[in-house]
Write a protein that binds this ligand. Structure first.
Ligand code: HEM
Length: 409
């Protein structure tokens, strides 16, 4: 497709900060999004297995993992919005066309996500304590939730893929010259690529379980049998899931379109495979050290870094396709600098996000390490007060500046 046609689809107003900022933030936030998706899917899968099992360790794990899945769902959604904003800023000609071509599914995405979330909460509501009862009520609701989450992810996958083939857009929009404006068709998918991203849930939840076990070890009274069960389960999930993911990634690379086939043998897939292998090997290399200090949390932290590399590879493929093949340079977007919104974004992210997150992490860490009832120290209480005050100031400035811009200037 002629690059000038793609450039003509850009927002004539330009963008409010350097395009590289959006590109980098897009990659980083997508890595966080997919990490939360992995925990959501991994925890839901473990909950389902545990819920259908009579073994008390499995049932206890199911009980813990449904709580994890519930939180991971909100995190995945919130952290999905961030890359959504970034991708539509720097890649608007591609992202919007892809969305319009499958508009029915884009709207359906919200509905399916709501149904999936409701199904998860129904399961949660019906099964308050799986560890103290051998009966699981309505496991079908959890199966439905997982199915809907996969459908939601698949829609995102199709949108991400369709945007990479501008040369096919006309054929999709008007097959054989007859316009199809229904938006009901999902035009493109790659089983290997989607499978790779989804299958990473298995090793990622394994790494998460190592951290969960280390967290529980802080309590003196913890059941040693349960800790051993988590250890053995995680050490199985990590290598098995890792090998499946790498096989699917290889399949993805082999099935790349001919115009970017060379990408498969470049530095990015090799680096990604290498860091994923390291992430799989790390818990085994650490061995007994996992029980000491903060070492039990290191494999998950390293896994998060590996996911950033996965996200960079995914972005490099997009770059190679859109710039290398179609001549579209996302970095030459017209700049219309808006310092206020740029500063605001970083301050919100760093100060408010960082401050509130530090408080929440401190409370959950300390609560987990305390025997009996946890009472927050004055310092921790002050962190909470500061966090809430910052949020209050943020909301205030939002309305004050907004009203001033709208009516005062
Ligand atoms: C909860 C279920 C979800 C699952 C399983 C899921 C899974 C995925 C997967 C596998 C991809 C990569 C697709 C590919 O590149 O082939 C992806 C991309 C993406 N997801 Fe999600 N997702 C979910 C929810 C969401 C939500 C709720 C949002 C937004 C509100 C979102 C926003 C995005 C965006 C914007 C991308 C593409 C970013 C880009 O191309 O740079 N996702 N998701």
């Amino acid at each position: 497709m002629d690059a000038s046609a793609l450039y003509a689809l850009r927002d004539p107003l330009g963008i409010p900060a350097a395009p590289i900022i959006f590109l980098v933030l897009g990659v980083l936030t997508w890595a966080l999004h997919i990490a939360a998706v992995h925990i959501l899917l991994g925890a839901s899968g473990l909950t389902l297995t545990g819920a259908l099992n009579k073994n008390p360790h499995w049932r206890r794990l199911a009980d813990a993992m449904i709580g994890t899945a519930k939180i991971a769902l909100s995190v995945a959604i919130v952290l999905g919005v961030a890359p959504l904003l970034f991708v539509q800023v720097v890649y608007d000609p591609f992202w919007y066309t892809s969305n319009v071509l499958s508009a029915w599914w884009v709207i359906g995405f919200i509905v399916f996500l709501i149904i999936g979330s409701l199904a998860l909460f129904i399961f949660y509501g019906l099964n308050h304590s799986m560890k103290s009862t051998a009966k699981t009520r309505c496991p079908g609701s959890l199966i439905a939730a997982i199915a809907f989450f996969l459908l939601v992810g698949f829609i995102m996958h199709v949108l991400s893929l369709q945007m990479l083939s501008p040369e096919k857009w006309m054929q999709w929009y008007a097959p054989n010259g007859i316009v199809d404006a229904s938006g009901r068709t999902l035009h493109d998918y790659n089983f290997w690529r989607f499978g790779f991203f989804i299958s990473l849930s298995v090793p990622v939840i394994g790494l998460w379980l190592i951290a969960y076990r280390r967290y529980l070890m802080g309590r003196d009274t913890e059941d040693a049998g349960y800790l051993a069960f988590i250890q053995s389960l995680s050490m199985k999930l990590i290598p098995v899931g890792g090998v499946i993911s790498l096989a699917l990634m290889a399949g993805w690379m082999f099935t790349l379109p001919a115009n970017v086939a060379g990408f498969a043998t470049g530095i990015w897939p090799a680096s990604t495979a290498a860091i994923l292998l390291l992430a799989v090997a790390l818990p085994f290399a650490l061995g007994k050290k996992l029980d000491q200090g903060f070492w039990g949390f290191v494999p998950f932290a390293f896994g998060a870094v590996a996911l950033i590399v996965v996200a960079v590879m995914r972005e490099m493929l997009r770059w190679t396709t859109l710039f290398g093949v179609h001549g579209y340079n996302a970095l030459d977007y017209k700049l219309h600098m808006d310092w206020y919104s740029t500063l605001m974004f970083f301050l919100t992210f760093g100060v408010i996000g960082g401050g509130v997150l530090a408080y929440l992490l401190t409370v959950s860490w300390k609560a987990g390490q305390t025997k009996g009832m946890y009472t927050a120290s004055p310092l921790v209480n002050r962190m909470g007060t500061i966090g809430i005050s910052l949020l209050g100031i943020w909301i205030l400035q939002y309305f004050v500046i907004g009203l001033w811009v709208a009516y005062g200037s």
